[in-house]
Design a protein. Structure first.
Length: 540
């Protein structure tokens, strides 16, 4: 195969092989995280993939047929397919003439010998093999997991939200482009093991001395959710009567954990009932709801939620809020399932806006608690999770370079949403905003601006400064106050310029600014502020 010239790899005047950094990010980061000229003229429609792991060799092999549609006229373009080393592209085929292709680093470059017109549809097939990156601590660092269950049977899976699905699968590895028509995934396993994928099982058949399990997802799916699980699984099923009718519930667990799973997974129906109340119908009725026991703690793999919490309540048996409330339910079942609405139904276009996934889903724990237990317990939990906020760096990361913001996107983001709820001061309106988000952005990829503007518009309150404060700075707003009898003086400090957050004090709505204001209270006793606001109340 003819080598591609480095001149092919110019991006913004800088070529792929350079090590010079831009704001401490390299051109490699830009290629991975931006909608480059090698990506912005074609839209993925479907992935049709197969994968076969070899436990002894810690290797995988397979193929992916990428069906796509051209989105604008372009002449002799170069396509970028992402596939991270050390996985190799053994063969690349296309439904159009190509001049050459080359795998270089973590990318496959395919140079077309054709002019394309908007609306035309084609395919690229990549056959791949190799020893994938092994996850050192899945799901956080990403890669494949080759381990054994307690009976010594092989147990394999992958986790790749941060590092990207291209750590093992040739894909267009950017959050903003999901396969609109879903995927078909064939998992080839030894005959004594089972392959579990996303969506519904549509075929199970022998292929020589192996078994092939084929799964289908009919809805759009983010690439990092496409995960095969291989192990000594057994299956049980149930149904849930939801807002869109009968939802099939599918559970795949290691055979010796069947009894534990049947007991612990009874939390699924109350979870679905709570989330459908707050967020609207489960977004993937066509693909069913599924929990799959995994060799790591958990992940929000769409219609195939990874579960590894040891069949116990809390987060590995402890309560992250430190209040005891979180020991009343299984953190992984609740949190990872909440992502079906925020992350899988509504997906951020850029990893920098990952708060859209994690802040709302962290807050889903509060909302579940409110329906499952009571509002008081939910508020105790919401206030408790503030203890793990670090305020180290802003929640929103750097755009275009696959950069996540601070881990505060979980507890601080949830605390921001809880604060916005207090300001709206109408739980039914707040609930309809959450349901509206999932309806109006149904199966879409979004920007933070879309979400921020939607909440401000639907609430009738300008929360732009609130979002700037909590998402883009590390400062916690301070409400300074002084009281003399029934007279209350107050002002905001440590806030962004346009920070506007109304506060209800003793039944009176105040709109603090950076300037001192004074109001008359209804009584002379010490003022009591609502602790559900994530702000610092400072008596001066």
């Amino acid at each position: 195969m003819k080598k591609l010239s480095y001149t092919l790899l110019f991006v913004s005047g800088l070529f792929f092989g350079q090590t010079r950094e831009i704001d401490h990010y390299t051109v490699l980061d830009t290629l991975k995280g931006s909608d480059t000229k090698y990506r912005n003229f074609w839209d993925v429609k479907k992935y049709d993939l197969s994968v076969e792991p070899d436990f002894a060799m810690k290797s995988i092999k397979g193929s992916n047929i990428i069906s796509f549609e051209i989105t604008k006229d372009v002449n002799n373009p170069t396509f970028q397919i992402d596939l991270q080393e050390p996985i190799k592209a053994d063969k690349v085929e296309a439904g159009f003439p190509i001049t050459n292709y080359e795998q270089e680093g973590d990318f496959i470059w395919i140079r077309a010998n054709k002019s394309f017109k908007k609306g035309e549809k084609y395919m690229i097939k990549v056959t791949f093999s190799g020893n994938p990156t092994i996850a050192k601590n899945a799901p956080w660092d990403g890669g494949w997991v080759f381990t054994k269950d307690k009976n010594g049977n092989p147990w394999m899976s992958a986790a790749d939200e941060g590092i990207g699905a291209s750590v093992w699968l040739p894909v267009k590895d950017i959050w903003s482009d999901e396969p609109d028509n879903g995927i078909v995934m064939k998992i080839i396993t030894p005959k004594d093991l089972v392959g579990v994928g996303n969506g519904r099982l549509i075929s199970k058949k022998a292929e020589g001395d192996k078994m092939a399990y084929t799964w289908e997802v009919k809805n759009p799916i983010n690439a990092y959710s496409i995960i095969p699980n291989i192990g000594k699984y057994t299956n049980f099923k149930d149904t849930f009567s939801g807002e869109k009718g009968k939802l099939d519930l599918d559970y795949w667990v290691l055979d010796y954990n069947l009894d534990k799973a049947k007991k612990q997974f009874q939390q699924v129906k109350p979870m679905l009932s709570a989330f459908e109340y707050w967020f609207g119908p489960y977004p993937f009725y066509e693909d069913s709801y599924k929990l799959v026991e995994s060799p790591y703690l958990g992940m929000e793999h769409q219609s195939s939620v990874a579960y590894g919490n040891g069949y116990q309540n809390g987060y590995l048996g402890r309560d992250l809020s430190g209040t005891g409330v979180g020991l009343n339910w299984d953190f992984i079942i609740i949190h990872e399932s909440g992502h079906e609405w925020f992350a899988n139904n509504i997906t951020a276009k850029d990893q920098a806006d990952m708060w859209v996934h994690e802040s709302f889903t962290n807050y889903s724990e509060v909302l579940f608690t409110e329906k499952y237990m009571d509002k008081k317990s939910a508020e105790v939990y919401a206030q408790g999770i503030r203890n793990i906020i670090r305020n180290d760096t802003p929640i929103i990361g750097k755009y275009g370079v696959r950069n996540e913001g601070s881990g505060d996107m979980y507890p601080k983001g949830a605390s921001m949403i809880h604060t916005i709820r207090q300001a709206i001061n109408d739980d039914e309106k707040f609930r309809q905003i959450l349901r509206g988000l999932n309806k109006d952005f149904y199966h879409q990829t979004v920007t933070t601006g879309q979400i921020e503007n939607y909440i401000s518009k639907k609430s009738g309150i300008d929360f732009s400064g609130v979002f700037d404060q909590y998402l883009r700075t590390t400062q916690v707003p301070v409400l300074e106050y002084a009281q003399r009898g029934d007279e209350l003086k107050f002002r905001y400090t440590d806030t962004v310029k346009n920070f506007k957050l109304p506060i209800i004090v003793e039944g009176i709505t105040i709109n603090p600014t950076g300037q001192w204001q004074t109001i008359k209270l209804k009584k002379e006793g010490p003022v009591e502020f609502n602790k559900n606001y994530y702000i610092i109340f400072k008596k001066v």
